[in-house]
Design a protein around this ligand. Structure first.
Ligand code: GAR
Length: 193
């Protein structure tokens, strides 16, 4: 069985899209892949409640309970490793990870970022894309490396920026494309074995 662990911090709509695609597309029957756990660094993540309702294993590990980034990441890795994951998917997980954590899951740690990387790493991507006068925005699924929002690009979705766009309106349109992009990239990785 290929276990998949998903890390979230908030709404968890990408996690939900992954869980629903896995069911709809039969990831378990086709590739022996199962979403085994959803872990959040915030107890109040709406996504966590949804995952619980779906009967998925969930865990909360608050970064506030740890003195350093290293200590948090070490504890997080322990929880993740309890599920023996083949893949660790970051889905709106809003923590910068230490190089040690990234190295532990090298090649099987994947992230979705709300811009067309390599443009607009970091936060506030949609406002920055609008202010830069870009004609398009979008989202990128990539392998995680120790350098923030870098690493091999596995797939991208392009969304036009339209006249009068606000960061909020653009974010909503990009998010709905993220929900198609992330599951399709993960399915491709699973199919490749
Ligand atoms: C998504 O837009 C995701 O790309 C972004 O946070 C949102 C999470 O939404 N991730 C990052 O900004 C990572 N730096 P969700 O919780 O509804 O999936």
């Amino acid at each position: 069985m290929k276990n998949i662990v998903i890390l979230i911090s908030g709404g968890g709509s990408n996690m939900r899209a992954l869980v629903e695609a896995a069911r709809r597309e039969g990831w378990e029957q086709r590739w022996g892949a199962r979403i085994s756990a959803v872990i959040s660094n915030r107890a109040d993540s709406a996504g966590l409640a949804w995952a619980r309702e779906q009967g998925l294993a969930t865990a909360v590990l608050s970064h506030r309970d740890f003195e350093s980034r290293e200590a948090f990441d070490a504890a997080l890795a322990q929880v993740i490793d309890g599920h023996q994951p083949s893949w660790v998917l970051l889905a709106g997980f809003m923590r910068i990870l230490t190089p040690g954590f990234v190295a532990r899951y090298e090649g099987r740690l994947i992230n979705i970022h709300p811009s067309l990387l390599p443009a607009f790493t970091g936060l506030d991507t949609h406002r920055r894309a609008i202010e830069a006068g870009c004609a398009v925005a979008g989202a990128t699924v990539h392998r995680v490396t120790a350098v923030l929002d870098h690493g091999q690009i596995l797939g991208q979705a392009v969304v036009p920026i339209v006249a009068g766009d606000t960061p909020e309106r653009l974010a909503a349109r990009v998010l709905s494309q993220e929900h198609r992009l992330y599951p399709s990239v993960v399915a491709r990785l699973l199919a490749q074995g």
